[in-house]
Design a protein. Structure first.
Length: 278
């Protein structure tokens, strides 16, 4: 098959202060002809089929596609939760596909930040302690942890709930604490899996604005899987996955969120009705 290679391109963000990707720099993420196959010779499922793309430093990339398209499998492979059958995944130039357990644990700890749909906070820890955990496991000094946690919490607007336990927080507050935990150790790549999927519309908007601010002001490189067109409209680029392949991609350019949202909706309609790439 002909490989579809998805790359960043020069663009101007529609939101004031939007982070411009560092397109001349080495990609933070390079996915090279990866495949993921489940089953055996008698029953094979090809969840990912020869996908390649780059994510530049400072990009906010959305991954979309219908159920079963392979988007979650793709995220899991980048996150090293799952392994590829073939191909290579490079993070900041380092091939992570062959890392052994100790190196893999260090990579996850030092280079990745995770935001899950259900926040994955520890119920027995306060907001402060949940955020601090990302620094504690890295062996950061006690003296340095407090100011760093307070700074990121203040930036993301959750400093008022640092002393609360997850059961005392709203869903939106828990997700922003999770975002702070993902960012506090300054990861090379933040992976967000349906970060607004469990939130009401108002909390979802606040969370998406938080992700945008992380990208624009903190220069976070973000890859977000979502089924929601509104959430995807906050990204600077959207990759559409269909049947385990990159089907299409959209760039924000000078589009407003509303204009990008309509483009996303049109592309999803094209995918579900069996249209061709444009």
């Amino acid at each position: 098959m002909t490989e579809v290679y998805a790359t960043p391109q020069t663009q101007t963000a529609a939101r004031p202060g939007g982070s411009a990707p560092s397109l001349g720099a080495r990609p933070i993420l390079s996915v090279r002809q990866i495949e993921k196959v489940y089953g055996n010779r008698d029953s094979v499922t090809r969840a990912i089929n020869d996908i390649s793309f780059d994510v530049a430093p400072g990009e906010f990339v959305g991954i979309m596609g219908p159920s079963g398209s392979g988007k979650t499998t793709l995220l899991n492979c980048v996150a090293t939760i799952d392994t590829v059958t073939s191909g290579h995944i490079l993070v900041d130039g380092r091939d992570i596909t062959g890392l052994r357990s100790r190196a893999l644990a260090k990579f996850r700890r030092d280079d990745l930040g995770f935001i899950f749909q259900d926040s994955n906070l520890l119920d027995t820890l306060t907001g402060f302690e949940n955020i601090a955990l990302a620094l504690t496991v890295k062996g950061e000094s006690t003296a340095s942890i407090k100011p760093r946690v307070q700074a990121i919490a203040r930036t993301l607007g959750v400093d008022e709930v640092l002393g609360k336990y997850p059961y005392q927080m709203s869903g939106g507050q828990k997700q922003r604490i999770a975002a702070a935990r993902a960012m506090v150790a300054d990861p090379k790549l933040v992976l967000a899996d349906e970060p607004t999927g469990a939130l009401d519309s108002r909390s979802a908007t606040v969370m998406l604005e938080t992700l945008s601010m992380m990208n624009a002001d903190l220069h976070a490189t973000i890859m977000m899987v979502t089924h929601d067109s509104f959430a995807a409209s906050f990204a600077s680029r959207i990759l559409f996955i269909k049947d385990g392949e990159v089907f299409h991609q959209l760039y924000r350019g000078r589009k407003t969120n509303d204009e990008l949202y309509q483009n996303i909706a049109d592309t999803l309609t094209m995918i579900t009705t069996g249209g061709d790439r444009r």
